[in-house]
Design a protein around this ligand. Structure first.
Ligand code: EPZ
Length: 417
């Protein structure tokens, strides 16, 4: 286990290049299984979630090479049809292999990903989609087993615009006869990136980015080279870092339309944001105003930036409210921030935050990926030393966050716990 030791060092200043999007790269890596041949993927972040995904691909027969932000893959005609639990248990995104493997195999088995700190993470919507297309779904030895039979295109309504379910159904529908329609589909930019990747391979997906996606099955696929979109959540995390330290940071390799919910919220709070072609300049002010944040599926405020926002709102003037509408248990960061002097009350899915004049360094735990990143932001301005234990959670989604912050003037040390 690793830990981060952080000491305050004033406003962050300088430029930071944002990596490719973890949550676009993960489904795209799974989607390479929909055909065979050589792929080159660029802007793939060098993070542990990606490493687990490529290890899973290796375990079923795919050769991969990850050099800096490039991943090359050689997908054989035949691959194994069972994902090993010892690897799948490490990341939720392993469930995305179901849809991709269904395109090439009649029967697939993927371990049910466990829950995690932010919620139970059910898969009912994924499985409902496969069954609507005629697949047989069963549970055996803790794994979901899907038998394809003859998949036929169907109209599928998602009770919740689930990102993973939309992605899994989109991939499986490519092997279904006729047209599949996904209603109330997720609209995240990562869905659009996956659809663009599928279409580049030869699929016929239209409507990605809207709540109505249509997929025409039985397309011929070919391997492609592809560059993943920038990571809007990493970008948002650095924007909040600039705001919380009252710094001036230029973010490179960003798509500002993907960040509109955060840009609007930070502007409302008094932070100055200048949008330029492919970059964003964030200028923090001496104080930020309190506000109300309600997380929602895209284009609402992203749940993945809720924790970093909680750290910033802990220091805002007045009382702020956060309502977490996406995951049932994603406010646990409050307990760690309270150890640093924050004043936060949790009532159900709502956090009520009384702004305080400052935070004090303490030993805290990274309960999940985004909560861990939020604690780094709190440590940048807390008085004295902050130690963040179980920091490997953070490295699941942020490559070299310590080095990137130190280049902006922070003092973040990475040590063995
Ligand atoms: C994706 O998770 C992201 N992960 C998450 O990012 C992100 O927070 C989430 O989408 C929401 O934007 C990846 O893309 C790898 P969902 P996913 O299915 O697909 C419920 C991060 O920090 N639900 O949209 O698992 C579910 O319980 C991670 O980078 C069902 O009820 O999210 C949750 O309450 C965390 N049944 C809500 O929908 C289902 O079958 C949203 O889940 C599926 C989901």
């Amino acid at each position: 286990m690793s830990k981060y030791v952080i000491r305050p060092n004033g406003p962050l200043k300088g430029r930071v290049k944002i990596d490719g999007a973890k949550n676009a790269a993960l489904p795209i890596l799974a989607a390479t299984l929909m055909t065979s041949g050589e792929f080159t993927l660029e802007y793939v972040p060098n993070i542990s979630d990606i490493h687990v995904m490529t290890q899973i691909l290796n375990s079923i027969g795919v050769e991969t090479e990850h050099h800096e932000d490039k991943v090359s893959l050689l997908v054989p005609e035949q691959t194994k049809t069972e994902i090993p639990y010892c690897l799948a248990k490490n990341i939720r995104a392993s469930n995305l292999f179901l849809g991709a493997l269904l395109v090439r195999n009649k029967k697939v088995s993927v371990p049910l990903p466990g829950g995690c700190n932010i919620g139970s993470r059910p898969m009912d919507l994924h499985l409902k989609g496969f069954q609507a297309m005629g697949a047989e779904v069963s549970l055996s030895q803790g794994s979901v087993v899907v038998e394809r039979g003859n998949l036929v295109g169907a109209k599928i309504y998602l009770d919740f615009p689930s990102v993973g379910a939309t992605e899994n159904i989109m991939m499986a529908a490519c092997a279904a006869e006729g047209q599949t329609v996904i209603e109330n589909a997720a609209k995240e930019p990562e869905i659009v990136d996956l659809a663009n990747f599928l279409n580049a391979m030869g699929a016929k997906v239209i409507g990605a980015g809207t709540d109505l996606i249509k997929i025409k099955g039985f397309a011929e696929f070919n391997p492609v080279n592809y560059a993943v979109i920038p990571d809007r959540i990493e970008a948002g995390t650095f924007m909040i870092a600039a705001a919380i330290t009252r710094g001036e940071v230029i973010l490179e390799n960003v798509i500002s339309t993907h960040l509109q919910p955060l840009i609007a919220k930070l502007t409302e709070m008094g932070v100055e944001i200048i949008e330029e072609e492919g970059s964003l300049k964030v200028i923090g002010k001496d104080s930020v105003m309190s506000t109300i944040v309600k997380t929602l599926p895209y284009p609402g405020f992203p749940t993945d930036l809720q924790s970093p926002m909680m750290a910033l709102l802990s220091l805002a003037g007045g009382t702020s409210t956060i309502v977490e509408n996406v995951f049932e248990n994603r406010l646990s960061l409050a307990d760690e921030l309270k150890r640093m002097g924050a004043s936060i009350t949790i009532e159900g899915h709502t956090a009520i935050i009384e702004g305080v004049s400052g935070l004090k360094g303490a030993a805290v735990r990274a309960l999940d990926l985004r909560a861990g990143a939020a604690l780094i932001l709190a440590g940048l301005i807390a008085e004295g030393k902050t130690e963040i234990l179980e920091a490997n959670h953070i490295e699941r989604g942020y490559y070299g966050i310590d080095e990137k912050l130190n280049k902006l003037g922070a003092i973040v040390e990475k040590l063995k716990e």
